[in-house]
Design a protein around this ligand. Structure first.
Ligand SMILES: Cc1cc2nc3c(=O)[nH]c(=O)nc-3n(C[C@H](O)[C@H](O)[C@H](O)COP(=O)(O)OP(=O)(O)OC[C@H]3O[C@@H](n4cnc5c(N)ncnc54)[C@H](O)[C@@H]3O)c2cc1C
Length: 469
């Protein structure tokens, strides 16, 4: 029997497996995906948000615990567990040394709208390289890895883990770390959660899944049905506005449309519906998927003019281009008069000061509802560009409630040998909203913690047996 079973093959699972193995435990890792698709959503990532009191390798200046915490407070609107959020924040200061030891390399961020060089450490080669490095290290350390191994169910009695079932096989272990992601790939569950909207539509049917198709939430559902303590709700998620032409799964970051704060976004009636300049893009991009999801037909259109070209990361799909707004409306299938009227009202309301997309500048609208509070420049210089947007779901927040030991809890009681990490518990820290790089921060810190606690539970069980003998 293995000491520790780790369910999942993404960042959180690998961090847990590596730490547990380093502590001396024998570890079996079960990944649902085949080898070529291993790594879950983690393969799509680029960076980890990290606190630091002074410049550190690729991170500039300082990003204090307090500033990080205030950012978390702001994006979640207070729906966060301060103790766990601060635990994550503090641990990000030092985890990069451990990551480096397991083969992860970092690079300075590129400049652009994401404006992250002070707060986020970028992985050299992206999340795919990070995952490959961790798998390599896991193999070298003797962790057993099985692909094509989706765990269908768990045998849990009185809150204690006994075994997992994979393709009919029962696999027992002394402790288990669950790191099998959220339920973002489960379209039926998303539909159930989002239901029917005020227009009689099923909004979730129009969602695209930005990452893996393997995070179906099978074990999350089983645990919730068994009465495990939960956090957040099924409609809360990290949701990005992506190009409507993106594939259903695994479109990754290149389908994101990053020019929202440089222009306006309208719905299918050519009406604006939110402040496009509310905050820096890294703190807002994950809200726009949700905003579009609440519009009729779950569709939006981002409109920019030529002045802002070159200021944002170009999306993989070129936008519609037109010399006039009338022509652009036709190309996007929007009502001409409605779009002209919306742009005219917006242009008239713009109070242009000193445009600077690297600070919260003073270009704003006056007397317009909804306002655009920063980076408001008139849309008046052709050619004009339009991008059709759909909600792209990154990961869901409904998860298992946990504590500083990463234990799964049943009726407030912490399990002695069942732990959780990553998306499956991210809702403890992210009740809603998002700041770029927090997903990998939660997965890394709780993955390492869950691995350490699982190893500790096995080792203390061994020493109790030894003492009793
Ligand atoms: C396009 C994109 C870009 C992103 N960019 C960033 C970024 O730059 N920075 C950041 O912090 N976050 C980013 N994120 C979010 C980040 O990917 C997640 O927060 C993080 O990867 C979660 O790690 P995880 O290990 O919990 O889940 P995952 O990496 O998704 O891993 C879950 C694993 O569980 C496996 N699995 C699922 N069900 C089962 C089962 N029943 N049995 C066995 N295995 C199972 C899956 O195959 C997968 O290997 C991004 C996400 C996407 C989609």
């Amino acid at each position: 029997m293995f000491d520790i079973l780790v369910v999942g093959g993404g960042n959180a699972a690998l961090c847990a497996a590596l730490v547990a193995r380093e502590a001396g435990a024998s570890v079996l890792l079960l990944e649902a995906a085949p080898k070529e698709w291993r790594g879950g959503n983690s393969i799509h990532t680029r960076n980890i948000r990290s606190m630091h009191d002074a410049p550190q390798d690729v991170l500039l200046e300082a990003y204090s615990e307090e500033e990080y915490w205030q950012d978390m407070l702001k994006v979640t609107g207070g729906l966060t567990d301060e103790k766990l959020a601060r635990l994550v924040i503090r641990a990000t200061e030092n985890c990069r040394g451990w990551m480096y030891k397991h083969g992860v390399r970092f690079q300075p961020s590129l400049s652009g709208t994401l404006n992250l060089s002070r707060t986020n450490a970028f992985f050299m080669g992206g999340g795919k390289a990070l995952i490959n490095a961790y798998f390599r290290s896991a193999e070298q350390l003797g962790i057993e890895i099985r692909y094509n191994s989706p765990v269908d169910s768990l045998d849990i009695q009185d809150g204690q883990f006994l075994a997992a079932y994979v393709n009919g096989e029962r696999i027992e272990a002394k402790a288990c770390v669950l790191a099998s992601g959220g339920f973002e790939s489960n379209r039926e569950w998303l539909d159930e959660a989002w239901g029917v909207n005020e227009y009689g539509e099923h909004p979730a049917k129009n969602f695209l899944i930005r990452g893996t198709r393997f995070n179906n939430g099978v074990l999350l559902r089983q645990l919730l049905d068994m009465g495990a303590d939960s956090v957040s709700d099924a409609t809360q998620a990290h949701m990005v506005a992506v190009d409507a032409r993106a594939p259903l799964y695994d479109g990754g970051i290149c389908t994101r449309v990053d020019c929202v704060s440089f222009g306006i976004v309208v719905n299918k009636h050519a009406q604006r519906f939110s402040d496009e300049g509310e905050d820096f893009w890294p703190k807002r991009y994950a809200f726009w998927g949700r905003l579009v999801a609440h519009q009729p037909s779950q569709i939006g259109y981002c409109i920019i003019d030529s002045k802002v070209l070159g200021r944002f990361m170009p999306p993989v799909f070129p936008g519609e281009k037109a010399d006039t707004l009338e022509e652009l409306a036709d190309k996007l299938g929007l009502d001409r008069n409605a779009l002209l009227d919306t742009v005219a009202k917006y242009n008239k309301a713009c109070r242009v000061g000193t445009f600077d997309h690297t600070v919260m500048d003073d270009c704003h609208t006056e007397g317009l509802e909804p306002a655009k509070t920063h980076w408001a420049l008139p849309i008046d210089q052709g050619p004009f560009y339009g991008y059709t947007l759909k909600p792209g779901i990154t990961f869901t927040y409904l998860g298992l409630k946990t504590d500083e030991t990463a234990a799964v809890r049943f009726n407030g009681e912490a399990s002695h040998n069942l732990f959780v990490a990553g998306e499956m518990m991210a809702g403890n820290v992210l009740g809603k909203g998002y700041a770029a790089g927090v997903g990998m921060a939660i997965g890394t810190v709780f993955g390492m913690l869950a691995g350490a606690e699982a190893a500790k539970s096995v080792i203390s069980e061994e020493s109790e047996k030894y003492a009793a003998a």
